[in-house]
Design a protein around this ligand. Sequence first.
Ligand SMILES: NC(=O)c1ccc[n+]([C@@H]2O[C@H](COP(=O)([O-])OP(=O)(O)OC[C@H]3O[C@@H](n4cnc5c(N)ncnc54)[C@H](OP(=O)(O)O)[C@@H]3O)[C@@H](O)[C@H]2O)c1
Length: 199
Amino acid sequence: MARKITANLYMTLDGYGEFPKYPGWDYVSEEPDEFWNELWISQYDSVDTIIFGRGSFEGHEEVHSISKRKPTDPYYMFDYSRFLEKCQKIVISHSLKKVEWANSRIVEGDLTELIRNIRNEPGKDIIVEGGPSLVHEFIQRGLIDEYRILVMPVIIGKGHNYWGTMANQQTLKLISAKTMKYGELCLRFECVHDFNASK
Ligand SMILES: NC(=O)c1ccc[n+]([C@@H]2O[C@H](COP(=O)([O-])OP(=O)(O)OC[C@H]3O[C@@H](n4cnc5c(N)ncnc54)[C@H](OP(=O)(O)O)[C@@H]3O)[C@@H](O)[C@H]2O)c1
């Protein structure tokens, strides 16, 4: 079976991939919360590849590579950094010339073709981690099998939006919906790829 692609989305209620302030936005728990478990920990065993846009890759390397962890960080952030280090990290970029983060590579070209090739490489499942404009391109092209979404209780009205115009409807099946301490929603959907075809 081809490798599954899960998109991890962090968004405001109006779909922007921004990180706004709201009551509880900066709360750091000693233990991972539901959102962290759904988007990351529960996928550590099944995923070995992460796809990033250029900005998202550079941001993650700067903040989450193991050398950037601080002793005061909770243990599960060290686990996250170790997971990122060992994953294959694929950066989709037409401008980057080289990458230094271990197990990283740059790819460019037609997105649908690139993803078809990556899916056919041997390996475990795949997470596409953003940013929002790259994930939007995946959504438009129907390249995603599952969504794991943190919805923050904010309407921000500006920034990079995950959603947008689509040529075709995408039909989803809700897997779970959980509420969190500060009013965030943690949603999980599976794509029903053949819904229209089967009618
Ligand atoms: N909410 C989140 O999870 C999240 C995550 C990451 C970023 N952000 C925020 O979003 C902002 C920027 O994010 P972004 O959406 O521009 O993401 P990004 O991670 O910078 O991805 C966009 C870059 O990916 C490359 N790319 C290659 N093919 C692409 C395609 N078909 N469509 C789009 N990009 C393609 C391009 O790099 P080249 O120019 O090198 O070709 C493009 O500049 C940042 O300000 C950040 O704060 C939010």
